[in-house]
Design a protein around this ligand. Structure first.
Ligand SMILES: *Cc1c(COP(=O)(O)O)cnc(C)c1O
Length: 363
């Protein structure tokens, strides 16, 4: 009998898993401490949780026996008002991760490629590889800005899309309109992932009617604290949106996520006040980190901070933090060998992270 594994597509057999964040209980067990003592700053999650209105709305909603609307009518209508674009330009997804996946399934075939300025969010390369596509990484420059010339030159006849996050994860910097326009002029689909838009206020949305090859992604995971409910959205050319609506799985956004999104938008002022608190805490945390000798802190327009630790000591310091129950994001890649990324959490979390880092760096 043949081994069932021999039936797998070759590119799927070779796929490297995308390493997501572990649950609190797993992290606590690793550190040998109680879950409530864990400091979890590795997923850029919202430390304040969702709006209290979300919890109320979900608690009193009675229609979970019904399927959600496959055409997302109410959702797209409300999002249209929120974003100031027409509802036929919007598609909602099971997190923006699903939109990344859908875009690639629409455009990218085996043997074709995407271009990504790196370092950046890992899902672009992962989802491209799931499609059997190739990934052309173009290193960002020494301050992690996009090398526009090299990125444009990397686009060839097999290139279907360019993905960039602005602010970029994990470097925290934004792309300028001129840079994005230069990429759009290549004619490839340009996906501008604005997951952290609310923490910086800079958006590419005004270009959406000018370029039919532009897709802008947003999510409710970070600013609205809904990471666990999975809801994101894409804004794009209406014909591309229509195609995406016709190929997506019919009930891709669950009803709980829809209820939570509506409640979040109705309580926007609470959520945006919290965003302001995170932005203020980011500033305070950067100041404290900069005071630690031998650590280089990168400016950030998002809800996380990238730090370069003393040369050759990245892994050791990261592991020292884990043993203390402090979980940051460590990148074991050549470009980010000695870097860690810390999400901005509550002030008491900042204080504990900074104290532990100072101690570990001192050695
Ligand atoms: C967190 C993150 C996402 C994932 O967003 P979801 O809506 O939770 O899927 C997408 N892009 C970037 C750059 C992120 O950092």
């Amino acid at each position: 009998m043949t081994d069932v594994k021999d039936l797998l597509l070759p590119h799927i057999r070779q796929l490297k898993t995308y390493q997501g964040v572990d649950p609190m209980e797993v992290l606590a067990q690793q550190a040998g401490i109680a879950p409530e003592e864990v400091i979890r700053l590795n997923g850029n999650e919202n430390p304040f949780g969702p709006s209290p209105e979300v919890v109320k709305a979900l608690g009193s909603f009675e229609h979970f026996n019904h399927y959600p609307d496959p055409d997302q009518r109410q959702l797209r209508e409300v999002l249209s008002g929120y974003l100031g674009v027409s509802s036929d330009q919007i598609v909602a997804g099971n997190g923006s991760d699903e939109l990344i996946d859908m875009i690639l399934r629409m455009f990218l075939g085996a043997g074709e490629n995407i271009v990504i300025p790196t370092p950046t969010f890992g899902m672009y390369a992962f989802s491209a590889e799931v499609c059997g596509g190739a990934v052309k990484s173009v290193p960002r420059n020494e301050i992690f800005d996009i090398d526009v010339e090299a990125t444009v030159s990397a686009v060839d006849s097999g290139t279907k899309a360019i993905f960039l996050a602005s602010p970029n994860n994990p470097t925290g910097n934004v792309a300028s309109e001129a840079e994005i326009r230069a990429l759009l002029e290549t004619g490839a689909v340009v996906v501008v992932d604005e997951t952290y838009y609310e923490f910086c206020g800079q958006t590419t949305l005004p270009l959406i009617d000018e370029y039919s090859n532009l897709v802008v992604l947003r999510t409710f995971s970070k600013w609205a604290g809904l990471a666990g409910l999975r809801i994101g959205l894409g804004v794009m050319n209406p014909e591309v949106a229509l195609t995406m609506m016709s190929m997506k799985s019919p009930y891709n956004v669950n009803l709980a996520a829809e209820v939570a999104l509506l409640a979040s938008l109705n309580d926007r002022s609470t959520l945006l006040t919290r965003v302001q608190a995170i932005v203020a805490e980011r500033k305070r945390m950067i100041g404290l980190l900069e005071a630690i000798p031998d650590i280089q802190v990168w400016p950030s327009q998002a809800n996380f901070i990238l730090c370069r630790l003393p040369e050759g000591r990245g892994q050791e310091i990261f592991e020292g933090l884990c043993r203390r129950g402090i979980f940051l994001r460590y990148f074991n890649t050549p470009q980010l060998r000695d870097y860690v990324r810390a999400s901005v959490g509550l002030p008491e979390e900042t204080d504990r992270v900074v104290a532990a880092l100072a101690e570990l760096v001192r050695g």
